[in-house]
Design a binder for this molecule. Sequence first.
Ligand code: FDA
Length: 483
Amino acid sequence: MTDQRTLGSETAIERDVVVVGAGPAGLTAARELVAAGRTVAVLEARDRVGGRTWSKTVDGAFLEIGGQWISPDQTELLALVEELGLETFQRYREGESVYVGSDGVRRTYTGSLFPASERTVAEMERLIGVLDDLVEEIGVEQPWAHPLARELDTVSFHSWLRARSGDEEACTNIGMFIAGAMLTKPSHAFSTLQAVLMAASAGSFSNLVDEDFILDRRVVGGMQSVSEAVAAQLGEDVVFLDTPVRTIRWAGEGETYAEHVPGTPVTVWSDRLTVRAKDVVVAVPPNLYSRISFEPPLPRLQHQMHQHQSLGLVIKVHAVYETPFWRDKGLSGTGFGAHELCQEVYDNTNHEDPRGTLVGFVSDEKADAVLALPAEERKRRILESLSNYLGEEARDPVVYYESDFGSEEWTRGAYAASYDLGGLHRYGAHQRTPVGPIRWACSDLAAEGYQHVDGALRQGRLAAAEILGAGSAPAAALQGAAR
Ligand code: FDA
């Protein structure tokens, strides 16, 4: 055992609860616990708080590198924003939107229906209705427990759609709303049950395909400011940056999961701090659990389950222009095209900013392809795609930036985790089961707000409530207890 792992050194502290990760989930758990009088240490690997929310000025342009939008049903987040005294503003949406169909033809439209052929539009509406019914029937809390769970979880969303409709353009468009826009995996890589959960987390499939609902508001000053404000309230003796957690010993020496004695103190080793506590909240996405050594090892079920949860891949593209030129043409800046490199584009202009900002998304296999290109060629192709929607001016931004969370060591993808085919019904019931004193909290495990900041907050609050409900002992009670 190295010195770094010796309790009693100057880097060792004691707290009631250790939280791993200072993203929205971890900070919320800490906030709730501190409010209830518990002592807490939040250990964060990065040099900043906020995790997958990150607001940054690049070449003079303020950009939302990570999560940014809030929908009206995300009441947990809206309430926190208000409580913190932050303001929100609506996404610009005046004027016509653009649809690039499977024929490559660009058409403008208003309202929520794509200007595809009558048959395609009718098929899209029918499929949305079928999915709304499934969402209604299955619900968001325990999709794995529904009698249809296995059947829906063992068929890919791609195949399920095509078994229900012969209209390829309708299937591609409906697939895009979940695949490219949410899970950021190809629709052959996840199940229909996973798609139903994604829609249920937003209230309905209809909500999910309505960009005016799902991409409604942003926080003035950026979404990361929510985490920064919470961290500031908690203070520097609670939130420790540059502190990646490497090992969690959650039972006595040589003890197995089955032999675990409740109340045994847990020890968390990070690069610059050792914390002994009674409870741990691991508030990192599931794909990163295996970056931490657990002593003793987690139960077999956990080992297996975690290997079936993975993050998708998306490049969030930011292009800033001297003016929002598309507005002068009567365009909203919104565009959809399942066959375009950027399947979605939106006006992402900052609050009261005279410059215009577009945000576009390049997802899953399309992202694989362009990430293999030299940066200049990738930029050229992405801007060409934006110009297909909004005109030649889109080719020439004054600031251009690609968010690439796939390259971030402490995330490794975007936006969040989903199960592979068959994983949700097989493991979903166990994903939040505590292991001894360890609880799991992140947006990737949420019901309402799944994959979103709102879901992260709900998960953080839930983990804290469970710890408080179980009656966590104060750190002083751990003095002298056996390791
Ligand atoms: P999150 O990943 O945010 O935080 C986990 C923290 O743990 C990180 O700070 C990480 O550094 C830290 N960590 C990891 N391993 C560690 C270790 N071993 N030791 C210590 N610390 C460790 N959502 C939304 O509501 N609206 C939106 O518009 C979008 N858009 C969007 C775009 C992009 C590009 C991304 C990447 C994500 C979004 N999201 C989003 C998703 C949203 O950002 C995400 O769901 C939440 O940030 C998740 O919060 P968590 O706290 O669960 O994890």
